[in-house]
Write a protein of this length. Structure first.
Lengths: 388, 388
């Protein structure tokens, strides 16, 4: 049936998002020998503006090279289309004669596909293929892109903890994540034992309290002689205000067009550095903002993540025959399986990290958390305990 | 001859500094069957205080596990011993009956060894084994630890440039390096072509000018639609003041016990972010401070670097028979060789990056720079050019 596919990439890139594009192109080629697959440049904006490249004309060698390259080769966008925007998009899709539109992204992308699917009166299969380093899509066990980013974070904290063994002090690494703490919790995936860092993990799902934080740092310092902290950029107080809003004067905060405080900047790191200098004067303290480094880093591109992202693209093509849907990665108890789930069940919803991933009264992984990360991000390196 | 060695690690750790310790232990075991090798905890402070561990009692398996672990397993120190401190150190060494003291570190460490060697009336061979991610030791082609850190930086900029292809804007990555720009210049080691980032490289060796910087960013933006910048934390203006001192009010600057401005903090990143917001309002701009992430990162531990660090430790043991010296890594036109050079030629001196590594009138690698990095940090990944 489906002969013409359009595919696009939205939101923040990942290390493996191109695998999903290429998985879709090669599956389409396999199932439909005459299939035409067009890639839209810069996400849905490329569909609206008719900026399309004929991916199905590329050889498998060319496609495999793209698949192995991190970040969105077709370009991405932060556009959140309204209904008028969607109408223009639909016009292009109809003009091309598209049977299916596959849009790779997070929960906003699922929302866009829901609007498009209704507007097309279900004439065009609108498929959401999952992607996010935040790991925050509902109905998904985990999401393509997360494992690679988690490997970066796990390796960085393993390494920094060794550094702070050698030269003791307080270290805070700030990790992307506005609403979900999975990526920050991955900091402990390769922690060696109770003594190893990160000693404290702060995620958006648990209220942050300055005095508790300082007490916890002091306690770790007295037990271990050092304190390594993983903190989500989106940590918030009990009043729901993000920590960066609490610490930085309002006139200095940068906001996006939706009025959201920009979290990916250096503000939070600088503010945490000042907070430590004020509350723990004289202690050696260092704060790094990981920023963009974990997101599409080629050095930590994970092979399982790559295969799953490819399979998610292939599944999107197979599911297209049954109409609009969202591809979900689920865990059947032994392996990852790919299911089609209704778009409106995924759209706009955030899968928060379950509270049980952390210990109830401590900012550390629980036994359940350890098990979750052992399965998803198995230890890649064995290291020796330092003498100090 | 030499039967008792003491070994210590100083300054900032690297991914391969433990290789040098283990290289020394295994070489001593090979050359002197009864050799005793004692590791001092936290650098020369461990010698002063008599905190020593018997490394020669460990099995080769145990030692190899330590060698493969990043950061200083024996702990490190920032102590810069004066003559009184050195006298106490010497007393411990004599008390132990040490024939040789191997101290792994940068140019300060070579200085310490010079003082000790004189004070011992050359009774104890004081050997400096090289180590620094800054790559700034004179008489060395490159230094153990640099290649691994350079791999981190090269991979990060390759990846971030792809990210900013997908979502255009200005990106500044701030890289460790107070006086030498080698690690920052390594950002371009895996740059694909003229169009690829980093588009601008700022190192401590060249005077930084705010207006030139802004003009260069504008020019890159108009040519490429994005601008990726690599900046050393130690960049300074023509007046010799570091950029962070120029941008941050004096009362907010953190200084160390020697009065040096702390560069490894978030101050510079925050100040560069403000500078871009002021001079290029409305442009999407992101600044990441790489901080500790490149230094001992297990994900980018380079095998050549590991082998050379091991060989430097072995060379330190071999050279001990001839008395105090500094081990230097030199390039004979086809391979790295290990030479013994006088301590006082290395002590306290900084090997600045030659100006010819960058193009004369541009902030990009020159042909010579490309060649240097191709040899030291050969391209590890092939990636496809994005469609955007």
């Amino acid at each position: 049936m489906a002969e013409t596919f359009v595919i696009a990439q939205g939101g923040g890139p990942t290390a493996v998002i191109n695998q999903t594009v290429v998985g879709a192109v090669l599956e389409a080629r396999k199932l439909y020998p005459k299939a035409r697959v067009l890639g839209a440049l810069h996400g849905i904006r490329g569909v609206r503006d008719g900026n399309l490249v004929p991916l199905s004309e590329l050889s498998e060698t060319e496609l495999r090279a793209i698949a192995g390259t991190p970040s969105a080769a077709l370009g991405s966008t932060r556009d959140k289309p309204d209904e008028a925007y969607c109408a223009t998009v639909l016009k292009t899709l109809q003009h091309i004669g598209a049977d299916a539109f596959i849009y790779i992204g997070g929960n906003d992308t699922a929302g866009t596909q829901g609007i498009l699917s209704k507007a097309s009166a279900r004439q065009i299969a609108c498929i959401h293929a999952p992607k996010t380093i935040d790991n925050d899509l509902v109905l998904n066990d985990h999401t393509p892109g997360f494992i690679s980013a988690a490997e970066f974070v796990a390796g960085a904290f393993l390494s920094v903890d060794l550094d702070f063994h050698a030269l003791p002090g307080i270290y805070v690494g700030i990790v992307m994540g506005r609403h979900a703490g999975f990526l920050t919790a991955a900091s402990a995936a390769w922690s060696m034992d109770e003594e190893s860092g990160p000693h404290l993990i702060y995620v958006p799902e648990r209220a942050f309290d300055r005095q508790h934080f300082i007490d916890d740092v002091k306690s770790a310092m007295s037990r271990h002689g050092r304190c390594v902290v993983a903190m989500s950029e989106g940590v918030s107080g009990a009043d729901g205000r993000s920590l960066v809003e609490t610490l930085v004067p309002a006139e200095k905060l940068e906001r996006d067009q939706h009025g959201n405080v920009k979290l990916s900047g250096t503000d939070l790191g600088a503010a945490v550095e000042r907070m430590l200098a004020e509350d723990l004067p004289g202690k050696r303290a260092r704060v790094d903002t990981f920023g963009y480094l974990p997101r599409g880093n080629i050095a930590t591109l994970n092979e399982v993540d790559a295969r799953e992202a490819f399979a998610a693209g292939a599944a999107a093509v197979r599911f297209a025959e049954q109409g609009s849907t969202s591809v979900a990665l689920q865990f059947d108890g032994s392996k990852t399986i790919f299911r089609n789930v209704p778009l409106d069940q995924v759209a706009g919803k955030t899968q928060h990290m379950p509270d049980s991933i952390l210990d109830p009264d401590q900012n550390r992984l629980s036994a359940e958390g350890v098990k979750y990360f052992e399965r998803l991000v198995p230890r890649r390196y064995q290291v020796a305990k330092p003498f100090v």
